[in-house]
Design a protein around this ligand. Structure first.
Ligand SMILES: Nc1nc2c(ncn2[C@@H]2O[C@H](COP(=O)(O)OP(=O)(O)O)[C@@H](O)[C@H]2O)c(=O)[nH]1
Ligand SMILES: [Mg+2]
Length: 346
């Protein structure tokens, strides 16, 4: 099946895609560069590779800078490698406009993994919009999935919207905290807990780790489901209890020392167990469905905005916006007029 020719692409691209499907790291690296630099290439690649995707377990790792995410990804990767999984690692830095700085540090930390053909590592930095980065990251995930990597580890710096984007791209989200990083209950953002499937207190060798663990556990139990993740379905109360017992995922709070691989075996076990849980309860499909919806919506938005840019002349736009600013027309009317221009084929 994997050797079937791909139609509608040049023979060069066809050959590259075939090599990616065969799992050749150099072809994967080349395709990722194409995908990152051009949306057209991304579309070509994803549309041809998509039938071969859907096997990878996507694991998001997020948390504040310095919590030990890259060290933890490295330790987790070593453990998962010993279990025979092939791994793709994508380190995303939305705050960095170019590949350098923090990502260079990540490279150093992940150097233990270099030379292992079963591990593919890629850093991605934002070159403009966060939306552009999200799109490139999503395409990169598809490429790695098609190339046969079993688990894709996606590291991102906790930076508001970016960490929520990670959760929406991942099946399993790890939120990493560390002691002494403003770990009071008040300063741990509730939004972070909402996306976590597994909470990790890294740097458990440092003083204050117990306090951080307790703070997180307290926040979890204050939540509506008492530390469990459940389908969004509304159920009658007795049914709710039964369903909760059957389908709920207990969000664990785990301690790790990434630099000595302490606690990593248990973390790897929970990560693998979470995938099994999602599959057994039908939540895997539900997450895929939600992810597909967000992805298609994002692409549709991009297309509509692009259409707006070509359908409306800059001068027309300027006239309308000035009219709104001068209170000659209201913003709703302006939007309606712009929409009419978009819908009118020129
Ligand atoms: N003491 C201690 N230091 C750690 C641990 N994990 C990571 N570090 C150190 O914390 C710093 C930041 O780690 P890094 O993995 O780059 O964090 P990131 O910014 O979240 O990716 C580095 O100097 C690591 O060596 C740990 O478990 N214990
Ligand atoms: Mg890092």
């Amino acid at each position: 099946m994997r050797s079937a020719p791909l139609f509608g692409v040049s023979s060069g691209v066809n050959e590259l895609l075939q090599k990616v499907l065969a799992g050749q790291p150099r072809a994967v690296a080349r395709l990722l560069t194409l995908v990152e630099n051009s949306e057209v290439e991304a579309q070509t690649a994803v549309s041809h590779l998509y039938p071969h995707t859907g096997n990878a377990h996507i694991i998001g790792i997020t948390g504040p800078p310095g919590a030990g995410k890259s060290s933890l990804v490295t330790a987790l990767a070593k453990t998962l490698r010993r279990q025979g999984f092939r791994l793709g690692i994508i380190a995303v830095d939305p705050s960095s406009p170019f590949t350098g700085g923090a990502l260079l540090g990540d490279r150093v930390r992940m150097r233990d993994l270099a030379g292992d053909r079963g591990v593919f590592i890629r850093s991605m930095a934002s070159r403009g919009s966060l939306g552009g980065l999200a799109r490139a990251t999503s395409a990169a995930i598809q490429v790695l999935d098609a190339a046969g990597y079993d688990k894709i580890l996606l590291e991102t710096v906790g930076a508001g919207q970016a960490e929520v984007d990670v959760a929406s791209a991942a099946h399993t989200t790890l939120v990493i905290e560390a002691p002494g990083m403003g770990d009071d209950v008040q300063s741990i953002k509730a939004g972070i807990l909402e996306i976590a499937d597994i909470l990790v207190v890294n740097k458990a060798d440092k003083p204050g780790a117990d306090h951080t663990v307790k703070s997180l556990e307290m926040m979890l139990h204050l939540g509506p489901l008492g530390g469990t993740r459940h389908h969004g379905r509304v159920l009658a109360a007795p049914q709710m209890v039964a369903e909760k017992a059957k389908d709920a995922w207990q969000i664990p709070v785990l301690r790790t020392v990434a630099i000595t691989e302490g606690g990593i075996e248990l973390l790897a076990e929970r990560v693998v167990a979470h995938r099994a849980h999602l599959l057994a309860t039908g939540q895997w499909l539900a997450r895929e469905r939600a992810r597909s919806e967000r992805e298609v919506e994002r692409l549709l938005q991009d297309r509509l905005l692009a259409r707006l840019q070509t359908a409306v002349l800059p001068t027309e736009r300027e006239v309308l916006l000035t009219a709104v600013a001068q209170r000659q027309i209201d913003p709703y009317t302006a939007a309606d007029q712009l929409m009419a221009l978009v819908l009118k084929k020129r």
